[in-house]
Design a protein around this ligand. Structure first.
Ligand code: PMP
Length: 404
């Protein structure tokens, strides 16, 4: 008899499980709009040209070996990652108030940040996340040891931001609590605060209350096509001199999904504090996975350090962002052409990888069953998975789902 016969079958991950269902569908016309991974017009994964170049150069280097990295990863990668998100002229960097550690993509950065807070945070060990949010937030932070609460964010009536609700909930949070903020391209809603709204949120966090902002930056450059525009909110908070956590992922913006490249930056008040924080981040990382992998971070560092490669990356990044934006227009136009009932302005107004369609679970299930189109049950579709070929198919499916 097994020691494990009592183990229950766990449910599929709500997002990754869609791919499982998709793979099991024999229909050749099937379309997977579930997972947030960029696809070309031809529906293929994209390996950026700049990555191939950087990789070839790395492979040719004589000094290449497979030694361990230090616990915090490649120092050059960390320095350049902090500059990328905070801006190369960031005063906090000059004042040595930033500790950056290489982590396992966005997820790993959030987890290391969460565990550090659970051990050492001097405020309230409670983190507020938006409703809705990327589902993994609700699993990462409790496991890290933080009590996880929610704040209002999305208003289904307007398909936009519930700004009043958000501010009210932050005002009601205990002083010292942590607030998880999506840096840009909020997942799953595609709804971001305006700069004016960010300013209001910042005043509540910094002035009315003493809250700690923890930014999740999974889409820098991927949302608007500009690295600086997409880092605006993070920089606004860092440049007011207060303390900030930022988790960065290179999965989407460099297409490094499976290489698991990311960074956690902790911005504090005082260089001496930053040094001690970093020593404790190492204590979190060492028993978790000892040290991060080399290859992906070496690619990123070589791109960020080289002016030409950096420019080339920016062009390719904008290309991805522009294709997604063009898919928004094509889908919007296709629904208008079909005179599909309802207001679809949000397809154009939302930003980033996803459109939060407003379709309900029954409609999503109907589209899967009858049209072989796969999306998350909350009605989120990955615009990055669409192409000119599949837009009409999706528009037909949405039309029949809302008119049936
Ligand atoms: N945060 C958000 C909001 C995301 O959408 C994602 C990617 N789905 C991540 C973090 C982290 O992804 P990864 O661990 O692959 O970098």
């Amino acid at each position: 008899d097994s020691f494990f016969s009592h183990v229950q079958q766990a449910p599929e991950d709500p997002i990754l499980g869609i791919t499982v269902a998709y793979n099991n569908d024999p229909n050749p016309a099937k379309v997977n709009l579930g997972v947030g991974a960029y696809r070309t017009e031809e529906g293929k994964p994209l390996l950026l040209t700049v990555l191939q170049k950087a990789e070839e150069t790395l492979l040719a280097k004589e000094s290449r070996n497979k030694e361990y990295l230090g616990i915090t990863g490649i120092p050059e990668f960390n320095k350049l990652s902090a500059q990328l998100i905070l801006g190369s002229d960031c005063p906090a960097i000059a004042e040595k108030r930033v500790s950056t550690v290489q982590c396992l993509s966005g997820t790993g950065s959030l987890r290391v940040g969460g565990e550090f807070l659970a051990r050492h945070y001097g405020g309230q060990k409670i983190i507020y996340v938006p409703v809705p949010t990327w589902g993994n937030h609700l699993k990462i932070f409790p496991l890290a040891g933080l009590e996880t609460r929610t704040y209002r964010y999305y208003d289904p009536k307007t398909k936009g931001l519930d700004y009043a609700g958000m501010v009210e909930d932050l005002r009601a949070a205990p002083s010292g609590a942590v607030v998880l903020l999506h840096a840009c391209a909020h997942n799953p809603t595609g709804v971001d605060p305006t700069q004016e709204q960010w300013e209001g949120i910042r005043r509540v966090i910094r002035e009315e209350k003493q809250l700690l902002p923890f930014f999740d930056s999974a889409y820098q450059g991927f949302a608007s096509g500009s690295l600086d525009t997409d880092a605006w909110a993070v920089r606004r908070f860092v440049n007011d001199g207060g303390e900030v956590f930022v988790a960065q992922s290179y999965a989407k913006n460099m297409g490094l999904y499976g290489e698991r490249v990311g960074a956690l930056s902790v911005i504090v008040k005082g260089a001496d504090v930053a040094t001690r924080v970093e020593s404790q981040l190492k204590q979190v990382i060492r028993p978790m996975y000892s040290s991060p992998p080399t290859h992906g971070a070496a690619i990123v560092a070589s791109i960020l350090a080289d002016k030409d490669l950096l420019e080339e990356w920016k062009v390719e990044l904008k290309g991805m962002a522009d294709r997604i934006i063009s898919m928004r227009h094509q889908l919007f136009d296709a629904l208008k052409e079909r005179k599909t009932p309802g207001n679809w302005d949000h397809i154009l107004n939302q930003i980033g990888m996803f459109t939060f369609t407003g379709l309900n679970k029954e409609q999503v299930e109907y589209m899967r069953r009858e049209h072989h189109i796969y999306m998350t049950l909350d009605g989120r579709i990955s615009m990055a998975g669409l192409s000119s070929r599949t837009v009409p198919q999706l528009a037909d499916a949405i039309h029949s789902a809302v008119t049936k």
